[in-house]
Ligand binder design. Structure first.
Ligand code: GLN
Length: 254
């Protein structure tokens, strides 16, 4: 029986935008295929994890205040995290946690929250707290050579700069900053993105891409995941893509 070991960072703090749903989707899509998915939560005060012991590290989004609360604790694991990234452990980071893996996050109050400096990007929120990137978003991502539309919802004041390998091209919505053409940050084993939703509930192919990567790496195989019945997910995707892409084009024509 294959196993997917997930480390879930700060589930009690980075819990503002429903990103826990990504864990539920990963568990569901693994268990439907007879793959055991174990989830180990970690938060402030827990025994320090060894990030290399996991196949996948997940962290969600949170408000500036929560990011400030956990930053000092997260920084304790800077070297271990860098090592795990280099070793190929998969990191799925949503919004607030995405920001904290860069150089720093400058909050809406102008306060600098130091980042892990795992990657060279940095994020600065606009001083006007009403100016936030909020709304539905669709990007085009390349997953193992397959162009894939990824649907989500963004809600961030932070504007992220200095991204050399984005997750995708923005088809609808903002992305890394207002009016950006690019969204997120992407390496073979890192997806850092502004897409809430929860992300994986709207993008089953992306969930399977992550599961396959983790199992291929762990078992040194080229695994073919059994297809699941995604009829409902694909119906929802079709509706959303029509609404966001078709209508947005229709509006442009008027
Ligand atoms: N507090 C950060 C910002 O406003 C992250 C928000 C989030 O995680 N959705 O940009």
């Amino acid at each position: 029986m294959k196993e997917l070991k997930i480390l879930y960072l700060y589930p009690d703090i980075l819990e503002l935008y429903g990103d826990y749903g990504n864990i539920q989707v990963l568990k569901y899509r693994s268990e439907q295929r007879g793959i055991t998915a174990t989830v180990a939560p970690y938060s402030i005060g827990d025994n320090p994890p060894n990030f290399n012991d996991y196949d996948l590290v997940f962290a969600g989004g949170g408000a500036d205040q929560e990011q400030g609360i956990l930053a000092e604790d997260l920084l304790k694991y800077k070297d271990n995290i860098k090592e795990a990234v280099k070793n190929g452990v998969f990191f799925l980071l949503i919004c607030g946690s995405y920001q904290l893996f860069g150089k720093y996050y400058k909050g809406v109050e102008g306060n600098i929250i130091p980042g892990l400096e795992v990657f060279d990007y940095y994020t600065e929120a606009l001083e006007d707290r009403k100016k936030r990137c909020i709304g539905n978003i669709v990007i085009n991502a390349n997953l193992n050579g397959k162009e894939t539309k990824i649907i989500g919802f963004e809600n961030h004041g932070g504007q992220t700069f200095n991204i050399d390998t984005p997750f995708g091209d923005v088809l609808f919505g903002n992305g890394n900053k207002f009016g950006d053409k690019k969204e997120g940050f992407f390496l073979t084993n890192v997806i850092a993105t502004y897409l809430h939703g929860p992300l994986l509930s709207k993008n089953p192919e992306l969930a399977d891409y992550i599961i396959k990567y983790c199992l291929d790496r762990k078992y040194n195989e080229n695994i073919t995941l059994d297809p699941l019945n995604d009829k409902f997910e694909n119906k929802v995707r079709e509706q959303l893509l029509n609404r966001f892409l078709y209508n947005s084009f229709k509006k442009q024509e008027q």
